[in-house]
Design a binder for this molecule. Structure first.
Ligand SMILES: [Zn+2]
Ligand SMILES: [Zn+2]
Length: 285
């Protein structure tokens, strides 16, 4: 359906612009971590601004100086998730700065990583502008350590064609039976079933200077996904129940083939908790 997206290539000139952009955004991050800890406050990384500019750099386009229909002139939509968010104290339950060594409230040094950050998709707008909307760029910023003066991050950039079939099935279901906003979670079932392409996977190390380690040679179509994710976020991707329903079996590495899953015709939403839809899903016992 529709035109195919062009293969993404990280040319030398894009790479240079990408590194310049990161240099600017990550240069003072240690100072921000230090300041946020000093005042027992949250971090102040401008995730959405950075991610929108990332799209400009990677696709050689410009944006708009104020709110506009599109995030960029190529009619794309950019969503960013930053996992450097607050962590929960294991002992008292209060939220702490990601880089805290001990809880501000009870001094415990045990924290629980919260992985509820998500990309929000306006399903109304999606279907209203679907004819022109080109792609969604999904960005994840994930901390690889807790070092204040030598922080490290992994940056992953994914692209989903706005006309992608299962992606639209999910959004349609949400639009019909849920609220008009889809909470799209990184590394989730819905994410993998939307056939994302990975454009960039880079480790960024900050210490006096910034160094980049590129973990991906070129654009990678995701063709399989783990039943249980370990890296970067530990979570169950697909339930045992759904696997049984779809007669699917994981391979020796604990992975499922994406085409096989899609051919098994999975439900748009599983487990479906959308009240109004409950009476409709009785065809499976
Ligand atoms: Zn505590
Ligand atoms: Zn549902």
């Amino acid at each position: 359906m529709g035109q195919k997206l062009k293969q993404f290539v990280l040319t030398d000139s894009k790479k240079k612009k990408f590194e310049d952009l990161c240099d600017y955004y990550f240069k003072f991050i240690s100072k921000d971590i230090e300041t946020s800890l000093k005042f027992n406050h949250s971090l102040d990384f401008p995730t959405s601004n950075f991610c929108e500019r990332l799209n400009f750099v990677l696709h050689n386009v410009k944006g708009y100086p104020a709110n506009f229909l599109w995030d960029a002139e190529n009619k794309s939509e950019v969503k960013g998730c930053n996992y450097t968010q607050s962590v929960k104290c294991h002992d008292c339950g209060n939220r702490n700065n990601y880089y805290s060594k001990t809880c501000w409230s009870c001094q415990s040094d045990k924290f629980i990583f919260i992985d509820d950050t998500r990309w929000g998709i306006d399903t109304n707008a999606h279907f209203k502008y679907i004819k022109q909307l080109s792609y969604y760029l999904f960005v994840v910023i994930y901390p690889l350590n807790k070092e204040i003066y030598s922080p490290q991050f992994r940056l992953q950039v994914f692209k989903v064609d706005s006309r992608e079939k299962f992606f639209n099935k999910i959004l349609e279901h949400q639009n019909k039976f849920g609220s008009k906003g889809k909470n799209f979670m990184p590394y989730s079932r819905d994410f993998f079933l939307s056939s994302p392409s990975e454009l960039l996977n880079v480790d960024i190390k900050i210490k006096n200077t910034i160094t980049f380690k590129y973990n991906l040679k070129k654009e990678k179509k995701i063709t399989s996904f783990p039943v249980e994710n370990k890296i970067p976020i530990e979570k169950k991707v697909i339930t045992k129940k759904e696997m049984i329903n779809l007669s699917l079996e994981e391979d020796a590495e604990g992975e499922l083939n994406l085409i096989e899953v899609l051919n098994a015709n999975p439900e748009a939403c599983n487990p479906c908790k959308h009240g109004k839809n409950r009476g409709l899903t009785t065809r499976r016992s």
